[in-house]
Design a protein around this ligand. Structure first.
Ligand SMILES: [Mg+2]
Length: 125
């Protein structure tokens, strides 16, 4: 199973990598901002799950979400925003732009697995 972490914090990427490995992901790509993440997708690294930080230089998480959702060929891709944002308005904006879910930092493996289960169930129903 393939995933990608898009976060400008190296420390956060390390934490998330461990968490994804615990969740069973065997191939985990990393990008330091939305632009790098989009470049990886365009280069053919298309994961099942994309964990996207909100605030990043070059291209923010919400800009990346919008860009990904412009590509119908990537519609299977699960987009989860990782955020410290607690503003409902901003969270709703992310969801309306095509994010599947969001999780508040810090979060546990169980929280992520539960969100993924909900997303997958909603998609197959
Ligand atoms: Mg950040």
């Amino acid at each position: 199973m393939r995933a990608m972490i898009v976060d400008d914090s190296r420390a956060m990427r390390t934490i998330l990598r461990r968490l994804l490995a615990d969740c069973g992901y065997t191939e985990i790509g990393e990008a330091a901002n939305g632009r790098e993440g989009l470049d990886m997708l365009n280069a053919g690294y298309v994961p099942e799950l994309l964990l996207v930080d909100w605030n990043m230089p070059e291209m923010s998480g919400i800009e990346l979400v919008s860009a990904v959702r412009e590509h119908p060929e990537w519609s299977e891709l699960i987009l989860v925003m990782i955020t410290t944002e607690t503003s409902i308005d901003r969270i709703e904006e992310a969801l309306s732009r095509g994010a599947d879910e969001y999780v508040m930092k810090p979060f546990t493996k169980d929280v992520l697995l539960e969100k993924l289960e909900i997303i997958k169930a909603a998609r197959t129903s």
